[in-house]
Design a binder for this molecule. Structure first.
Ligand code: SAM
Length: 329
């Protein structure tokens, strides 16, 4: 596919990576995100497989190489396997990733991999059943771990675990997680808790700087590794005695946005220039039939020129993001 028109912004950042929400619905009740569970607040008219295919085709014509399916919880969609298949068939897309809470991973990961899934992130906030239940509201630790085990039987490009860095879990967390990756080819990435419109109080109580982890890793012989062109925002650390890696996603750190390579589209076809920005660009009308590629490219490129240099999280400004499930975290 010709990719003469590149998705670039006015700061020269290139966008190879699309985070695509396929649903706003989530079945977990994570303390930091949807502690009272997901509630319907608008029609659930999410893009269908054909709309998703046209959307990704449009971005691929502008140099996109990696798509991450997210949500909400992507695996609540009954047609998830056909979405994966449609996206992975598009010329230029060489990585199809997904972020999931893993609740039905054990059951479906074989189908997803056969359909073209190449990379998988599983959110696991604790390494024991009680804490997992306390954080997610679901007694599914064993299921999720079984799903992780099953995923590791496949030859995936990467299997990663996301864990939100919470004050309550720091103390016993790092040692336990490093033991976990000693013999497993898994990267565990700690995500600094982000403030959203919904979680101000929780944030004030539980936010811990990623520097705490960085300090622990350095003291314990872990070294940072070089970033690849379409890598996400994590800095990954390696250690000669460990098969797996430990990563840090620190959105509050200086320069975090300089290497931004991601675009985001909501489950309803709205492009958001930043997870913590305001408003968005509706693309849905352009996804109703094949063709119209030039208009798609012009609309996306025009909007990219107004992407800000960085978010304003440090000024306690999360834009209009209520929670990450709604926005496609
Ligand atoms: N449901 C899927 C899952 O649980 O992985 C995908 C969507 S979820 C919004 C994506 C990731 O965002 C998860 O790893 C979750 O832990 C993380 N997350 C949600 N809210 C967050 C917050 N306020 N700060 C940091 N990470 C958050």
């Amino acid at each position: 596919m010709g990719d003469a028109i590149k998705a670039t912004d006015s700061y020269g950042r290139r966008f190879h990576y699309l985070r695509l929400s396929v649903t706003e619905v989530c079945n977990f009740r994570c303390t930091y995100c949807l502690p009272n569970g997901w509630k319907k607040s608008s029609p659930m008219n999410y893009m269908d497989t054909q709309e998703i295919r046209r959307l990704v085709f449009g971005f691929a014509s502008m140099g996109l190489a990696k798509v991450r399916l997210t949500g909400g919880e992507p695996a609540v969609r009954k047609d998830l396997t056909s979405i994966i298949e449609a996206v992975s068939d598009i010329d230029g897309v060489n990585k199809v990733a997904m972020t999931t809470n893993g609740y039905n991973l054990n059951r479906y990961v074989d189908d997803w991999v056969s359909a073209g899934l190449s990379h998988l992130n599983i959110s696991i906030d604790a390494l024991n059943r009680e804490t997992f239940l306390k954080i997610t509201g679901h007694d599914r630790f064993e299921d999720v771990m079984a799903g992780l085990g099953r995923a590791l039987e496949h030859d995936l490009g990467a299997v990663k675990v996301n864990a939100v860095l919470l004050r309550d879990s720091v103390e016993d967390g790092f040692k336990g997680w490093s033991d976990f990756v000693r013999n497993r080819p898994v990267t565990v990435r700690f995500i600094e808790l982000m403030r959203t419109l919904d979680n101000a109080e929780f944030f004030a109580d539980q936010h811990v700087s990623g520097e705490v982890l960085r300090g622990w890793l350095t003291q314990n012989g872990w070294a940072p590794k070089m970033r690849g062109i379409d890598d996400g925002p994590a800095i990954e650390f390696v250690h000669p005695d460990y098969v797996g890696r430990i990563g840090l996603i620190a959105p509050y750190s200086k320069g975090f946005c300089d290497s931004c390579n991601r675009l985001r589209v909501s489950a309803k076809g709205n492009m958001k220039l930043c997870l913590f920005g305001n408003g968005g660009l509706d693309l849905r009308d352009l996804l109703q039939s094949d063709g119209g590629l030039e208009e798609f490219q012009a609309r996306v490129l025009g909007s990219l020129q107004s992407k800000n240099a960085g978010h304003r999280l440090s000024a306690s400004n999360p834009g209009d993001t209520m929670n990450l499930a709604q926005t496609g975290g």
